[in-house]
Ligand binder design. Structure first.
Ligand SMILES: Cc1ncc(COP(=O)(O)O)c(C=O)c1O
Length: 477
């Protein structure tokens, strides 16, 4: 009988030959599957066989070497093993008593990551960057309105209107979090970015000064990003700190480093984040760039009293004799049931070691620079953002007026994705469609990047020929 671990080994052996994303239609899988749960149970072997035949052809493989879309989360071997053990133990880390190892490994791995990143914060593990950003916004809300809000709730209209300043490249989960926390659109102030897509700190300063002069508004927090979703832009933390601290403002600084955070293990990256250690809170996702499987994100915070006040609510059945001596992680956020996710961090960090992880990040930075230089020198491509970390933003230059540049680029990307060998996604920068190449998977090697470069040229020439066939050209001039 094939075990689950046999399945995993075979999967990784054949993964590179599977299409990275399936070429299927919406609803196709759903219609093939039984509409009622089987009345009698089946054996695991039958379930696994059906899974292989029916479900695998519809899976998007984020661990595939050609997956360079979004911010990818490679699940490395130690993380997969830890995941299996976690499921087997099913240990709930809601409080210390319910799983002493769960609580203590969470504290320890957060300490390890703090040291690796040059931070000195406390922390708590959530599922993803969006949830983590939401908890950060709720911490900020508690900091400014805590007791008052708890007593009179959202019935009381908050006046003056708190203002959250974020760049126009900030991840939409922050906007969502601000609205979900009960604030209005008037609380979300987007600050324009510079040529590097980083927040313009002089515009930030001016906006805050203007708001301070207006009795309707109360500046509350700056949400900076290190590694923006579109182009990995890096907001100028030191400049932002000058606006906050040098001028004695009582503003909270939250940094969304969901993708870029773990890369700060690398000294060259850490240099770019100077000042981030002074943030009041940070979002960092090991599931994005530390080879830990979904879903593992950390909220780093400074003010433990604040977060505990924001989220703890006593229920007598959860009280234990050890409460005074321990951190009960259920008190640091909304979830009560919490998976033993620190085990994935523990296994992964022990397996690679700090230097091993830095090596991987270094490789990604180098591969990113390689693709960037290639697209810079290769005729027919145009770079659309500076290379900040290892994400490359580019587009193809069409030699036709039959379709718009944006349409041409979307078509280029779709043709590339249809090969099943690579999966790229697009974004918009300065209103233009731009294609992104994200390099941050342990399966991104020089060979994969060489294949990608060949494929980019092939599709570029194929499209050139399609639109310029009357000129009988084989390749671009
Ligand atoms: C900068 C940034 N913040 C937050 C998120 C949301 O993270 P998650 O997908 O883990 O919710 C993302 C996702 O890509 C991101 O790029």
């Amino acid at each position: 009988m094939k075990s689950a671990s046999d399945w995993v080994v075979e999967y990784f052996d054949k993964l590179k030959d599977l299409p990275v994303t399936p070429n299927v239609r919406p609803g196709e899988l759903f219609h093939q599957l039984e509409k009622d749960c089987p009345t009698e149970g089946l054996d695991i072997q039958t379930i696994l066989e059906e899974f292989d035949q029916k479900i695998i052809p519809y899976v998007g493989h984020w661990n595939h070497p050609g997956f360079m879309a979004y911010f990818n989360s490679t699940a490395s071997e130690p993380a997969i093993i830890a995941e299996l053990l976690m499921a087997a133990m099913n240990s709930n880390t809601m409080n210390w008593k319910s799983s002493p190892a769960g609580s203590e490994l969470e504290k320890l791995t957060i300490q390890w990551i703090n040291k690796a990143l040059g931070l000195e914060h406390e922390g708590v593990i959530f599922d993803g960057g969006s949830t983590t950003n939401f908890h950060a916004i709720l911490c900020i809300r508690h900091y400014f309105f805590g007791a008052e809000l708890k007593n009179s709730g959202l019935q009381r209209s908050i006046a003056p209107i708190p203002r959250f300043y974020l760049s126009d490249q900030c991840h939409h989960s922050v906007h969502k979090a601000i609205l979900a926390a009960g604030f209005s659109y008037d609380s979300i102030i987007e600050i324009e970015t510079d040529d590097n897509f980083a927040m313009d700190s002089s515009l930030l300063r001016q906006q805050i000064i203007d708001d301070e002069a207006n009795s309707q508004f109360a500046p509350a927090a700056v949400i900076a990003t290190l590694g923006s979703t579109s182009s990995c832009a890096i907001d100028p933390i030191e400049e932002i700190l000058k606006v906050i601290k040098n001028e004695n403002r009582n503003l909270w600084l939250h940094i969304d480093a969901a993708h870029g955070g773990m890369a700060a293990m690398h000294p060259a990256v850490r240099k770019k984040y100077k000042g981030w250690e002074q943030a009041d809170s940070l979002t960092v996702n090991p599931h994005k760039w530390m080879f830990v499987s979904l879903d593992t994100s950390i909220l780093f915070f400074r003010d433990k009293k604040n977060i505990k006040e924001a989220f703890s609510y006593s229920a007598s059945y959860l009280q234990t004799d050890e409460d005074e001596q321990v951190d009960n992680y259920m008190d640091f956020g909304i979830p009560l049931g919490r998976r033993f996710k620190s085990l994935k961090l523990y296994f992964t960090m022990k397996y690679f070691g700090k230097f091993g992880l830095i090596d991987k990040i270094d490789q990604h930075l180098q591969l990113g620079a390689d693709v960037y230089q290639f697209l810079d020198s290769e005729e027919g491509f145009e770079l659309m953002a500076p290379l900040n970390l290892s994400t490359v933003c580019f587009r193809v230059i069409p030699h036709t007026s039959k379709i718009t540049i944006d349409e041409y680029n979307l078509k280029f990307m779709n043709l590339l994705n249809k090969t099943g060998r690579f999966f790229l996604t697009h974004t918009k920068l300065n209103g233009k469609v731009v294609i992104r190449i994200v390099i941050s998977s342990i399966f991104h090697t020089q060979k994969v990047i060489t294949n990608l470069k060949e494929e980019l040229v092939l599709i570029k020439n194929q499209m050139y020929n399609e639109y310029n066939s009357q000129k009988h050209s084989q390749t671009m001039p």
